[in-house]
Design a protein. Structure first.
Length: 200
């Protein structure tokens, strides 16, 4: 996304071009009229720069800081899976996960949701033992295993403080998988059984 790059001189020229022509409408930069126009242009330029900052940075959920509370309110955050005491990176990740979590039941969907939260996972699915399909040495899974899926995740996920992406007062590191478990349990299809296996 790009916006026009304008400065105070551009606004001064634009305002001057709107003035009537004539002997009393001097375009001399030292004239009182043009100094007034330059003053008005400085305010218009400041408003333009502010709007450009909001457009380029705050409209992206992964970069928003100032408008993060508005984004969170629009997506129903914070919630039980994303409590109030999260750091800036964790709040942005929760927002991205909520945006990505608008629906789905595939492996790719749940992997994408976990990735948006900052977790790298794999998913394992199971098949109940069936005559004619079952072979010697295969696990004897019962009927419930048809609706069971197992998420393999790191035993500890660390969120490090990052200059420019974290806020003052946040810890240098935060770790845990509570958000992953909470979000996946909330999104899992109701008839399924979710297991989470942590690896070192």
């Amino acid at each position: 996304m790009s916006a026009p790059v304008l400065n105070a001189e551009d606004f001064t020229q634009a305002l001057a071009d709107l003035l009537p022509v004539g002997a009393i409408w001097s375009r001399d930069p030292d004239a009182m009229l043009m100094r007034l126009v330059a003053g008005l242009a400085a305010g218009a330029n400041a408003a333009h720069q502010r709007a450009q900052d909001l457009l380029l940075r705050e409209s992206a959920p992964s970069q928003t800081v100032e408008l993060l509370p508005d984004w969170e309110r629009a997506y129903g955050l914070p919630d039980t899976c994303a409590p109030d005491n999260q750091g800036l990176q964790e709040r942005q990740a929760a927002l991205l996960a909520r945006i990505a979590a608008l629906g789905g039941q595939s492996r790719a969907y749940f992997i994408a949701v976990a990735e948006a939260l900052g977790y790298s996972i794999t998913i394992e699915e199971f098949t109940p033992a069936r005559a004619g399909v079952f072979s010697a040495g295969s696990p004897l899974y019962g009927e419930d295993w048809a609706h069971t899926w197992r998420v393999h995740a790191p035993s500890v996920t660390v969120t490090d403080f990052v200059a420019g992406a974290s806020a003052a007062g946040e810890p240098l590191a935060a770790w845990g998988n509570d958000a992953l478990e909470c979000v996946l349990n909330r999104l899992r299809p109701a008839h399924t059984i979710l297991q989470i296996a942590y690896r070192s």
